[in-house]
Design a protein around this ligand. Structure first.
Ligand code: GNR
Ligand code: NI
Length: 170
């Protein structure tokens, strides 16, 4: 397994739309395993392939504190959303920033697991938020896109400055 590099906003590669997975082969299984390891290493609860510069519809989520309940979602889709809820969100691709985002409170979603089985399930709470956040990544969308343009602009400047300082000290 390997830890992969996570892209940071405003990297334009985060804006690419991921393509559906056609077959769950060794390459996809290795990608999923490496995404899981990267997510644990970066202390995230979810990760989308887009964040590690792979344009395929693969998402990994683990909400457990013990890191023992990974979910692998291939070609995930929201079928239905109900209600709205605001939650404080963060993102491995927008380090150090957290803000409130409004999303559907309850969802029905569909995906294919690593055994190739098609699964339909319901979610609410943090899992519902996380699934919506990850599917957005696969479509090139970030949680900060829901904020005001002014907030996003300030954030862009701050992260560009940080990135520059990091390059200078490498
Ligand atoms: O680790 C993460 N925490 C989180 C908290 C609230 C809402 C969404 C998330 S997902 C995020 C990891 C990440 O960036 N996934 O794409
Ligand atoms: Ni994210």
């Amino acid at each position: 397994m390997a830890i992969l590099e996570v892209l940071h906003f405003p990297d334009t590669r985060l804006r690419k739309k991921a393509a559906p997975v056609e077959t769950i082969d060794t390459e996809i299984k290795t990608l999923a395993a490496n995404m899981l390891e990267t997510m644990y290493a970066e202390r995230g609860i979810g990760i989308a392939a887009t964040q590690v510069n792979v344009q395929k519809r693969v998402v990994v989520i683990d909400l457990s504190e013990q890191h023992n309940s990974p979910m692998y979602l291939i070609n995930p889709e929201i079928i239905k959303g109900e209600g709205t809820e605001q939650m404080q969100e963060g993102c491995l691709s927008v380090p150090g920033y957290f803000d409130l985002v409004e999303r559907a409170e309850k969802i029905t979603f569909r995906y294919i697991n690593l055994d190739g089985e098609s699964i339909m399930a319901d979610a609410d709470g943090l899992l519902a938020v996380c699934i919506q956040h990850e599917i957005d990544h696969l479509n090139g969308k970030l949680f900060i896109d829901y904020l005001s343009p002014l907030k996003r602009q300030r954030l862009r400047k701050k992260l560009e400055k940080q990135e520059k300082l990091q390059v200078q000290t490498l």
